[in-house]
Design a protein around this ligand. Structure first.
Ligand SMILES: [Fe+2]
Ligand SMILES: [Fe+2]
Length: 423
């Protein structure tokens, strides 16, 4: 029998040496960008609304760049190959340069902050969103975890968060949206040239992250897959709220020609491309938090729907939107682990203030509107309390003790719920 050769993967064409060489060729100077015309444009061409929105949006980038510059060192230590370590040191220089670039823009064009980076970070901090804080505080903790554990599995988790979630699905789509508008209206030429270089750098960083994850995945598919899926499950709900404008005021992005759904679509498409390039079988992956049978735009729209209805984030109350509830149950079914209970087990939520829903845990879990014929476990709870639990805002045990979550039926199923719905 002839041996089958595995199909060449898209990352085979990328080499660490080539990524390094591209860094040498692509070097640029953040300290030499001329912001003279930008300062004029800022005062005279931008509207009040655009100035307010640009300060908000660019602050998210400035703080993000500062965080990634600070957090990359343990990645250098944990990378197994010298060529990977060398590339990561070039990336760390890039991230520092990006932070210097945004700091200069804030000071010299916007006129906020002081001479040192820390004071400008402090001056802009009130603009930071909850989603941004969640993602980047996780990046801080991830760096600590990688310092303590340099295993390949831990490195895969760390690179997933840094290169795939932060760079490929959040930063790069935002940079493209910002650049497109400024190009079209010929605004802020210094900022634009810097952003172009930042985006080229990011492309290299993302290429590296995807290559590294593809290599790790080939070596040890099971644990690396678990690491990647684990990070996505943990962080995706936060990403929908990173660019949440104050009071969901859409003009924060529409005044620059894009909507949050546009941004989310770019992020979802980019994320899908990177995961496929790594070699992950995303269409059929147990516990995978995204529905790959729908378009990236629809995936993004559903995520935004949950975010806007208060199903993610720091606080309720939830908006009683039937579509949002359906999306939530669908995603619970998608990420549930039915092997933790007897096949065919049915859990029903008897909402005190909404129609019931139930999940059937059979091979692949499925979600259904309305009551089941004979549920094994029934949970009587208000919709707000239930969503507080799924959004990590409430402890289910405390709700039981306070009588706000009343289980009935097979309590062995109740005891197994943490295994059915991990994380
Ligand atoms: Fe960067
Ligand atoms: Fe980067």
């Amino acid at each position: 029998m002839a041996a089958t050769t595995p199909a060449p993967s898209p990352t085979d064409a990328i080499s660490y040496d080539d990524l390094y060489a591209r860094w040498e060729r692509g070097n640029w100077r953040a300290t030499e960008i001329d912001f003279t015309q930008d300062a004029v444009d800022w005062r005279e061409k931008l509207t009040d609304e655009q100035r307010r929105s640009a300060l908000w949006l660019y602050t998210l980038f400035f703080h993000g760049e500062d965080s990634v510059a600070d957090n990359l060192s343990p990645y250098v230590d944990a990378a197994p190959l010298e060529e990977q370590k060398y590339f990561l040191t070039t990336q760390q220089v890039d991230e520092a340069r990006h932070s210097v670039f945004f700091h200069r823009f804030m000071r010299e064009v916007v006129g906020v902050g002081g001479t040192d980076v820390a004071s400008t970070l402090r001056a802009t901090a009130p603009e930071i969103t909850w989603g941004h804080r969640m993602v980047f505080s996780r990046l801080d903790r991830m760096a600590d975890e990688l310092r303590a554990d340099r295993s390949k599995r831990q490195l895969a988790a760390a690179v997933t968060l840094y290169h795939v979630v932060v760079e490929a699905s959040l930063a790069q789509p935002g940079q493209h949206m910002i650049e497109r508008y400024l190009e079209e209206y010929d605004l802020l030429p210094g900022f634009r040239s810097g952003m172009r270089n930042v985006a080229l750098d990011e492309q290299r960083h993302i290429g590296f992250g995807v290559k590294l994850l593809a290599d790790l995945y080939k070596e040890d598919p099971g644990p690396v897959q678990d690491a990647i899926v684990g990070v996505l499950r943990e962080t995706l709900p936060w990403t929908a709220l990173v660019a949440k404008p104050p009071a969901w005021d859409d003009t924060y992005t529409t005044c620059f020609g894009f909507t949050l759904d546009d941004l989310g679509e770019e992020g979802a498409r980019s994320l899908e491309q990177k995961l496929r390039a790594i070699g992950l079988p995303v269409d059929d992956l147990p516990g995978f938090p995204m529905d790959m049978s729908i378009s990236p735009r629809e995936r993004a729209r559903r995520g935004m729907k949950l975010a806007r209805c208060g199903f993610f984030g720091p606080e309720g109350p939830v908006v009683r939107d039937p579509e949002a509830i359906e999306i939530l149950f669908d995603s619970m079914a998608r990420t549930a682990d039915p092997s933790a209970v007897r096949p065919g087990t049915t859990i029903q939520w008897d909402f005190t203030d909404h129609e019931a829903w139930h999940l059937v845990l059979d091979g692949r879990a499925s979600a259904h509107r309305g009551p089941a014929a004979s549920p094994d476990l029934r949970l009587r709870v208000s919709l707000d309390d239930f969503v507080d639990v799924t959004a990590d805002r409430a402890d289910p045990l405390r709700l039981v003790l306070r009588g706000r979550l009343r289980p009935r039926g097979d309590l062995r199923v109740l005891a197994r719920m943490p295994r059915v719905f991990p994380g």
